[in-house]
Design a protein around this ligand. Structure first.
Ligand code: PHE
Length: 356
């Protein structure tokens, strides 16, 4: 009888507990070390065997019932709490954007997306690599051995020496992604790799951090003609003109042979730059056929495979396309500048819908 009234009492308390803390208090008061049920368990020791068996079974039953009731109540309370929280966190996504809080898409993000769209349409995938690189991927594997003069030209940011004497660095170009991609995949390869790059350099047209976009195609028959066609298609789509004149100038990069720098034609109309007209030239990228040593470093047989690569300044083509004069302003996070040069957030560039 006593146990029955205890049970009824405890179950009432469980049902009445209005939050998890109250429920925990009921648990401690019953099943806790000094709880009412635990105390009764202790008294079993003083009973005779027959009496103990009976009382023990009844107590264990009660204990299980209470534990079950506690667990069920806990679950119900948690569900109710979640329900209440979801109600308070409800947002109405159909509400219009507040005009004063409207941000803009940075020209670099915009151009990045445009470039991905254009090359995506040509069958290129997007590849990535880390900003903190090792010497192998940034230099050696790209046919720039230690002591090569090209290393000086890169104004590299180095990290402190590691115990083994090696130093990590901030990648000076996106070309290490060529190596990483070749090592990680099999030809045919067709990728672009947009991303941040770093050089210790700062003036009107140089910032210590800037963005490049790398291109790499490796397969059995790809040749210079393909490179020229891809770049011409890109320029027309990107600058949104029917025709761009391109000038391929012989140049030198350790990782391509032959190497070419590419200029496009432009003219000025009242201070504004017009791409694809006139006969002044603007350099926009470096390119060439991937050097056999680089293909070999990428774990691919240069006797069987060949291809082209190019590297373009993303910020630079953004400046050209949108008539932005000073590169440094790109990275000053000045809201007035962003409101002037930025893009509407919901206007995602697509080839079908228009790039800008
Ligand atoms: N990595 C070169 C640079 O930063 C650009 C480049 C890439 C040139 C690929 C040729 C081929 O200047």
């Amino acid at each position: 009888m006593q146990l029955q009234s205890l049970e009824a009492d405890v179950l009432d308390q469980v049902a009445a507990a209005s939050d998890e803390a109250a429920l925990e208090a009921v648990r401690v008061a019953t099943l806790g070390k000094k709880g009412s049920i635990s105390e009764r368990m202790k008294s079993l020791g003083a009973m005779g065997p027959e009496e103990r068996r009976e009382a023990g079974a009844a107590l264990n039953l009660l204990k299980d019932k209470v534990a079950e009731a506690l667990a069920a109540r806990k679950m119900a309370l948690q569900e109710a709490a979640l329900e209440a929280r979801l109600l308070t966190e409800k947002i109405d996504v159909t509400l219009p954007v507040r005009p004063q809080g409207q941000g803009t898409i940075h020209p670099v993000s915009q151009v990045w997306e445009e470039v991905v769209q254009i090359f995506g349409d040509l069958g290129f995938a997007v590849a990535e690599g880390p900003h903190i690189e090792d010497d192998f991927n940034n230099f050696t594997a790209l046919n720039i051995p230690p002591e090569h003069p090209a290393r000086q030209e890169h104004d590299t940011f180095y990290f402190n020496e590691k115990p083994d004497g090696s130093r990590m660095l901030l990648r000076t170009h996106t070309s290490p992604v060529q190596i990483r991609t070749m090592l990680a995949s099999k030809p045919p390869i067709r990728i672009i790799a947009p991303g941040r790059t770093y050089r210790c350099d700062s003036d009107m047209t140089h910032t210590p951090m800037f963005n490049q976009i790398e291109g790499l195609v490796i397969d059995e028959i790809t040749h210079l003609g393909h490179l020229k066609w891809v770049l011409a298609e890109f320029c027309k789509a990107f600058f949104e003109v029917d025709d761009v004149k391109m000038r391929f100038r012989a140049s030198h990069f350790p990782f391509t042979e032959p190497s070419m720098e590419v200029d496009i034609n432009y003219t000025r109309e009242g201070g504004r730059l017009v791409i694809g007209q006139g006969d002044s030239w603007l350099e926009i990228l470096g390119s060439g056929m991937v050097h056999p040593n680089v293909i070999r470093s990428g774990g691919i047989d240069p006797g069987k495979y060949q291809g082209f690569a190019f590297g373009m300044g993303l910020d630079r083509i953004a400046m050209l396309k949108y008539g932005i004069p000073d590169l440094r302003a790109f990275f000053e996070a000045d809201l007035r500048w962003l409101r002037h040069y930025g893009f509407r957030a919901l206007q995602v560039p697509t080839l079908a819908g228009g790039l800008t």
